[in-house]
Design a protein around this ligand. Structure first.
Ligand SMILES: [Fe+2]
Length: 382
């Protein structure tokens, strides 16, 4: 078994680590930082905080606070125009996956030209992008450590995935102090995204001993920290557990890939404009049940990592207890019990199933699947 392991050159995790980015920006020869953040008061405050840190180190800054959930082609093009109109020579992204994916797409186009949809697929760029410092504020997306960006084509609400080594950030930051004010519903959804990354990477057909080590520990930490981070938002130990869980899960799926939960979550999020983490949370337990017999040994190990399984139980007992663990966790952190509760309509399930079949991200799922089986899983999660 061969292993290719991509990861940012520098990864800062822990309390106060965001304060170190000024020095790192200097080492990367940045003079003007183009800061990408989310639209709205929270995004603007985060952009200002990053701007202040960078200015203290002598950099100029330019703010682009326009990133939207499920980032669109139009937002990327607007950001590119702003970037090319300024003097930016380094990009700093602050926020969740939306802001970081937007920044990746802007940087990719700034160096390579063309339309962002041209880069759908794997390693289509010819040139490296400007240096990117990615600061996560949500402990879930993993985008700060990955070579992936998911962009929504607003014309037909479809999502497309860009996988490109050149998009791997130079520096990732996971600082729990940046996450203390995250509301419970967002903490729950993004935390379930991190857990889904870890679970799917661990059972992936492309998993290696390296990714297994990361994913296993991520599940252990998410099982310990997620419920507390949701119910006690000011518990910095729990927030730090989720920082490490998210970081580790991100490095695992960046190299092992994902699976059917994500393949089904993407069209769901695209069609209804639902948060990505929520879509995964609604689907994960049902996909695990579908996959159970194809990766029983691995789900059994994860059940032990989560503190649910017992080493003296059989693999079957432990793998089944892992599905119960996910269901109980999901319920206890306030995730809706089914897709119908968030406005999904039964008449759309067949379209969703057909779109999920087109998602290459499902190629590493441990069990092959048909459109009919995917439809049955959507129905179970309804
Ligand atoms: Fe995800």
């Amino acid at each position: 078994m061969n292993c290719r392991y991509y990861i940012p050159m520098l990864n800062l995790v822990g309390r106060g680590s965001v304060k170190e980015i000024g020095r790192e920006a200097r080492i990367l020869h940045g003079t003007t930082a183009f800061i990408v953040a989310s639209k709205g008061d929270v995004g603007e405050a985060q952009a200002k905080q990053i701007s202040d840190i960078l200015k203290a180190e002598g950099l100029d800054t330019q703010l682009f606070c326009e990133a939207v959930p499920n980032p669109t082609v139009a937002t990327v093009e607007k950001g590119l125009e702003a970037y090319l109109g300024g003097r930016g020579d380094i990009i700093a992204a602050v926020g969740g996956g939306s802001a970081i994916d937007t920044a990746k797409a802007i940087g990719l186009l700034a160096s390579n030209g063309g339309n962002i949809k041209d880069y759908e697929g794997i390693n289509k760029t010819a040139h490296a992008m400007p240096p990117l410092i990615a600061i996560s504020t949500t402990a879930g997306t993993g985008s700060e450590v990955t070579q992936f960006a998911v962009i929504t084509d607003e014309r037909d609400h479809s999502k497309f995935t860009i996988v490109d080594w050149h998009m791997t950030p130079n520096v990732s930051v996971n600082d729990p102090e940046m996450m203390m004010s995250m509301p419970p519903s967002l903490t729950a959804a993004t935390g379930m995204d991190a857990l889904t990354h870890a679970v799917e990477a661990y059972v992936s057909k492309s998993a290696t001993p390296v990714t297994d080590a990361k994913a296993y520990k991520a599940v252990e930490l998410a099982a310990r920290g997620l419920r507390k981070a949701v119910l006690e938002g000011d518990n910095i130990d729990a927030r730090e557990d989720m920082c490490y869980a998210s970081f580790l899960a991100g490095t695992a799926f960046n190299n092992a890939g994902l699976g059917l939960t994500h393949a089904m979550a993407h069209p769901l999020g695209g069609m209804y404009n639902l948060p990505h983490g929520l879509c995964n949370a609604l689907l994960l337990q049902h996909v695990v049940k579908f996959n159970l017999n194809s990766a029983q040994d691995k789900y059994s190990a994860l059940s032990i990592a989560a503190g649910e399984g017992k080493i003296w139980h059989s693999e079957r007992e432990n793998s089944e207890s892992f599905t119960r663990f996910i269901a109980n966790l999901t319920r206890s952190i306030g995730i809706p019990s089914g897709m119908s509760e968030v406005g999904v309509m039964m008449k759309d399930l067949e379209t969703l199933a057909n779109e999920a079949m087109e998602e290459m991200i499902g190629n590493t799922n441990p069990r092959p699947y048909s459109a009919h089986q995917v439809l049955e899983i959507y129905r179970a999660a309804f």
